[in-house]
Write a protein that binds this ligand. Structure first.
Ligand code: FPP
Length: 259
């Protein structure tokens, strides 16, 4: 019997060591399908099931915020039939999942430039965002038409409009003010970033918000995501020392620092 077969799978660490906010680049749908000689769009459909795995995991472990990169600003340049299939899939998911997510205490939000999306999808997004559970257990942010550079640019534009209207002095613009205009304002910055699919980059996702986020990469293709992959990421995260620019001594638990 191989060693791997006898090794127990790593279980998730205790809740206090888990991220409060998880951000994910769900990569590898196309390759997952191609390896099966199937069209890429089938990979996206399988990817939608992995979204459920990830949401269930966050709910089961009390992770309060999950941000998923579903469609980047650059993804508009993919072949027309793939973009069309993704739009259909988004609409189908909005129609089939929103009520159940709401019932389970999930509040859906969408970040990104929605201007390119069909009216039907934009309207369904607005409806979903208005369905706020009485007891929100998970803020599920779906990034669509999103780019980190777009996000920073739109925040700057918003500040510039206030300056032009005399509501804000340029000298008052600082990191806090800019952060307040970004897409995920009001939510803690992601503690952990996961990218599936083997590439080691952040691809214009949450550029500002990931400043002190722990990064974790896996070869696993997104549709193959399961609890054991997420557990492995959580175990690794729990062992990281997050110093936020301080020294090890300053953040050691005995010194009452940030773990
Ligand atoms: C990246 O894989 C994935 C996408 C561009 C689409 C992600 C969409 C889903 C997971 C389904 C719907 C999800 C939600 C939240 C509505 P890729 O196509 O770049 O894969 P590849 O690198 O193997 O080509």
């Amino acid at each position: 019997m191989s060693q791997a077969a006898t090794m127990p799978a790593p279980a998730a660490p205790p809740a206090a060591r888990l991220p409060r906010h998880l951000a994910v680049i769900m990569d590898g749908n196309g390759r997952w399908a191609q390896r099966r000689n199937r069209p890429r769009t089938l990979g996206h459909r399988a990817g939608a099931k992995a979204v459920q795995v990830c949401v269930d995991y966050c709910l089961a472990h009390g992770i309060g915020a999950l941000t998923l990169f579903a469609f980047s600003s650059e993804n508009w340049n993919r072949p027309e039939d793939e973009v069309g299939a993704l739009m259909k899939l988004f609409l189908r998911m909005l129609d089939s999942e929103v009520d159940e997510l709401h019932r389970r205490g999930v509040h859906l939000g969408f970040i990104g430039d929605r201007s390119g999306f069909p009216d039907t999808i934009r309207e369904r997004m607005r409806q979903a965002e208005r369905q706020v559970p009485a007891d929100v257990r998970l803020a599920l942010n779906i990034a669509v038409g999103y780019g980190g550079r777009w996000d920073i640019a739109q925040a700057c534009r918003s500040l510039a409009e206030d300056v032009a209207a005399g509501r804000l002095a340029p000298a008052d613009i600082d990191e806090t003010r800019l952060g307040e205009r970004l897409s995920l304002a009001g939510q803690p910055a992601p503690d952990l970033f996961i990218r599936t699919g083997g590439d080691l980059r952040i691809s214009n996702f949450l550029l500002w918000q990931l400043a002190y986020t722990e990064l974790w990469f896996t070869e696993t293709l997104w549709p193959d995501l399961d609890d054991s992959v997420l557990d492995a990421a959580m175990v690794d995260f729990a062992e990281r020392e997050r110093r936020f620019g301080l020294t090890s001594a300053q953040v050691a638990p005995a010194a009452g620092g940030v773990a």
